[in-house]
Design a protein around this ligand. Structure first.
Ligand SMILES: *Cc1c(COP(=O)(O)O)cnc(C)c1O
Length: 407
């Protein structure tokens, strides 16, 4: 049976297949970059139109109350919570992932006086490492990086915080959250998990593993739109004492008392800084509602089936590419990454055929499998395109060649 014939059987039996109709996907495009910018839910434009025309246009400032703008950040946080194994009052949608990292790293350092080291791994997502470096430049932190296998050994008694990304952005490799959280706690350190490539793609159990802090992204698998607000998680046990450095008025216990003195809100709301971005939150909420409706367990099952089938389809075409991702589906997130010296040109050749994946320097072709809207037929077609691109050598043409493009 050809991959296409098998795909037809899988799609016919796929209980999530009908959710594709809830997303706008351009004709002729196979979108394998939903791990970078999630697709547009069909309900988003209508909801945004309503927020703009009615809530803003008609309601004006009254909408802070009448349209519940004040509650959006914690309401949406509460909807993200079950996707990551948190209680509703432990999550808030606010700021960007980078800014949330800053707030929580700084807060963690204050909770471990006498310890300054923030431990992470080389090759973590750049912004994560840069945010530690920024606090280091302020004299507040010391950055220590250790390779995966050496992380536990690097948990000396000077480590205040272990900060890692659960699913590696480039390889898709998963960390063992439970084991690392336990090891950090045994060493007297706190733990901050970046869930940017996890949330909405695979189940996470923050409270189950006893995590202290987490952040994640709104525009990847949550389909909140470009630059969507991110989210932050603080375990309930830390909320009363948490002192985050961006003490803006929206994190105040009583913003509209207009007091001269800062007093943090009692709960997760103290993570907020300035006025929440209502339009961005409105778009994010549509994505979160849709992903929550499909359910993260079902999404994870399908994501594993999609990536396994994609690998099978490549084999059917005798494509032998070096897989950088863990070969076992249970050890990776919702993506497959391949190494090739001409990965950039191959990626460009695929995009020219309507197969949108991405390139991560220096030599990785990264294909994301957002399970909410991809079909098995997409997998079969994408695998065929990749096989054809490699066999034809069309990626060697000048238009796909990076050197030609930069000179
Ligand atoms: C996407 C991503 C971010 C994004 O941070 P922004 O502040 O939204 O730009 C951060 N960390 C990781 C691991 C990511 O994958």
């Amino acid at each position: 049976m050809t991959p296409e014939a098998r795909a037809a059987d899988f799609d016919a039996a796929d209980p999530l297949g009908h959710f594709r109709a809830h997303f706008t996907l351009p004709e002729g495009v196979i979108y394998l970059d939903g791990n970078s910018l999630g697709a547009l839910p069909k309900a988003t434009p209508k909801r945004l139109q309503e927020v703009v025309a009615q809530e803003w246009g008609e309601g004006l400032i009254r909408s802070w109350n009448s349209a519940n703008w004040f509650d959006m950040a914690s309401r949406i946080g509460g909807k993200i919570a079950p996707l990551i194994g948190a209680a509703k009052h432990e999550v808030i949608a606010c700021d960007s992932t980078s800014v949330n990292l800053f707030k929580l790293i700084a807060a963690a350092l204050r909770m471990r006086p006498g310890r300054k080291v923030v431990l992470s791994e080389p090759g973590n997502f750049p912004t994560d490492l840069y945010m530690i470096a920024g606090l280091e430049a302020q004299g507040l932190a010391t950055r220590r990086l250790a390779e995966r296998a050496r992380l536990v050994a690097a948990l000396h008694d000077d480590v205040a915080l272990l900060m890692l990304t659960h699913v590696h952005y480039k390889t898709g490799a998963l960390h063992d959250m439970a084991a690392l959280t336990r090891a950090a706690h045994e060493a007297g350190a706190l733990v901050l998990w970046d869930l940017s490539h996890s949330t909405g793609a695979l189940p996470v159990d923050l409270d189950g593993v006893g995590a202290d802090f987490a952040v994640g992204c709104g525009y990847k698998y949550l389909c909140g739109g470009p630059g969507a607000p991110a989210f932050a998680f603080v375990a309930e046990r830390h909320q009363a004492d948490l002192q985050q450095p961006l003490t803006g008025w929206f994190g105040h216990a009583a913003p509209f008392a207009f007091s001269d003195d800062y007093e943090g809100a009692p709960g997760i709301e103290r993570l907020q800084c300035g006025t929440p971005p209502v339009l961005g939150l409105a778009a994010l909420e549509v994505g979160v509602d849709l992903i929550a409706e499909i359910g993260v367990a079902r999404l994870y099952g399908k994501s594993q089936a999609l990536s396994e089938f994609f690998l099978e389809s490549l084999m059917a075409h005798n494509v032998a590419l070096e897989l950088v991702s863990p070969p076992r589906a249970s050890e990776r997130g919702s993506q497959l990454s391949f190494r090739h010296p001409e990965a950039y040109a191959i990626c460009q050749a695929l995009i020219a055929r309507g197969v949108i994946g991405d390139f991560r320097a220096p030599d990785v072709l990264r294909l994301g499998f957002a399970p909410a809207y991809l079909s098995f037929a997409d997998m079969a077609a994408a695998a065929r395109h990749l096989a054809e691109v490699l066999a034809s050598g069309e990626w060697e043409r000048a238009e796909f060649n990076r050197r030609a493009a930069v000179t």
